[in-house]
Design a protein around this ligand. Sequence first.
Ligand code: COI
Length: 349
Amino acid sequence: MITINPSLKSRIHSIDFNNLPFGQVFSDNMLVCSYKDGKWGSTEIKEYGNISISPAAQVLHYGQAVFEGMKAFKDSDENILFFRRDENFKRLNQSAKRMAIPEISKETFFNGLDQLLKLDEKWCKSENGFSIYIRPFLFASQSCIKASSSEEYTFMIILSPTKEYYTDPINLVIEQEYSRAASGGVGFAKAAGNYGASFFPTNLAKKKGFTQVIWTDSNTHEYIEESGTMNIWFVIDNILVTPALSDSILGGITRDSIIKIAKDLGYQVQEREVSVNEILEAHKSGMLDESFGTGTAVSVLPISSITYKDIKINFQNSNLISSKLKDKLLSIQKGLLKDNYGWIDCLNY
Ligand code: COI
């Protein structure tokens, strides 16, 4: 059951949609649902605004929190098109399970999203380049600083109108000291702490002029895992190669979509171990054609350069396979191409 107490006055007219820094502008309404006494309570959609939590809320002390990143688009008939939201639902609950957080029901997630998007559909623009970034998240809200899993949780969804995530060229450096995730840990989950822990090494790289780091395995730093908040890809001798999923790599929904699109476009795709050495050798022999990242926020993002110690690999920026893949993905997401994959569901009024 959802109670709807919408915002009475929209803020949309005060927003400059031509200047939308990622993740700083939020729509008029948000969804909130609380878990107590062993069950999720009723859901409320209400005006977007600050929430009040106890200074002893467990999330503030132990980081028991997970989130999702998903997008909806608007087609030229002003229909809202959700992209693979069933996959985000599945992944949210997988992440929740790993972090000992109670799972969210389908009804709360899908019906909640429908009602929220119906209220705030104007925040999703149909012009090219726009989408609405949907951020569902779950956190431990019990007032208790005992180091054990919480008995109370909060589930929320907020919406952020979005254009590009990055506007400048992407220069990456291969990380040799720090790790994003370790075997047996929570790297496969969208756990808040994975991101928090990445900021210090990322800031060190930024100080040296890089955009993000390329994460390598925590044991040897010889194998490539992800980059920043993206899955990473290489085009080696016209074959698309991306690290195989493991418990230290997030199973990106964009990654999975690009695997399917690339195969259908006739490219060979390999999901396997990718060593730093292989990338350096492929570069030396002239076989390394491209590198790109995939993720909900970035979509498909060509990489300008990769640095390892004193070696810098520069990539060309024309006639890219990644541009073809991105165009096809976006055309499906925007309803311009027939969706043969069953990835789109349209918001029904
Ligand atoms: C996404 O692509 O949705 C991400 O997870 C990136 C986000 C941390 C900004």
